[in-house]
Design a protein around this ligand. Sequence first.
Ligand SMILES: [Zn+2]
Length: 230
Amino acid sequence: MKTIRLPDGREITYELTRKRVKNVNFRAKENGIVAVSANSRVSVRQIEDFLAERADFFFKAFEQMKKRASENNENSRLVRYLGRDFPVRVIENSREIGVLDENELRVFTKSTDENYIAELREKAILTRFAVLCRELDAEVRARLLEKGFTPPPTRISIKDMKSRWGSCSYTRGHISINSRLAAFPRETILSVFYHEYAHYRYHDHSQNFYKFLLELYPDYHKHNKILKQR
Ligand SMILES: [Zn+2]
């Protein structure tokens, strides 16, 4: 293996194999090295001159290989939503959006920046999760009414919380739901909604609180256990 320095400071590393080929062959490899095979009549000087002349071509080939490798990497990634793994597919397109459908999460972007792609992925999940939260909220409110308890008007916000799955400011009519819940099954997310709504009636974690909560959602403990394991 030998490295040559070009007049502009860039460097090219090549690996020369002497073979009975017609003149000389060059191949850009994944590891950023140019594989050269040449017959014994071609001098090292000739090979290096050729490498220097075609430097732009090789650098471009290396760039493309790197880009393809990172795309493959991205495509083999999975995201978790509602207890299921979804494959991520990055599609070169200027829409700059992520879409989570029934089978996969598609990211449409022209960018290859990993952080930016991750951001689009997150947004796609949050968009779906926000719609789901509105559904679950309606479901829980209907159940409370059925049980003879009228919940006050409530604003739901979804945010990334470090230490809690949800919280209820019963005086302000505000429930916060942890965005990380999006990874869990629907019934588990529902258990957090019931827990927070039950706080409108009981502000503590007393026996009465749990009695009320279990009346609303008999599977509460089963699903809460899943969250405690995390
Ligand atoms: Zn609580």
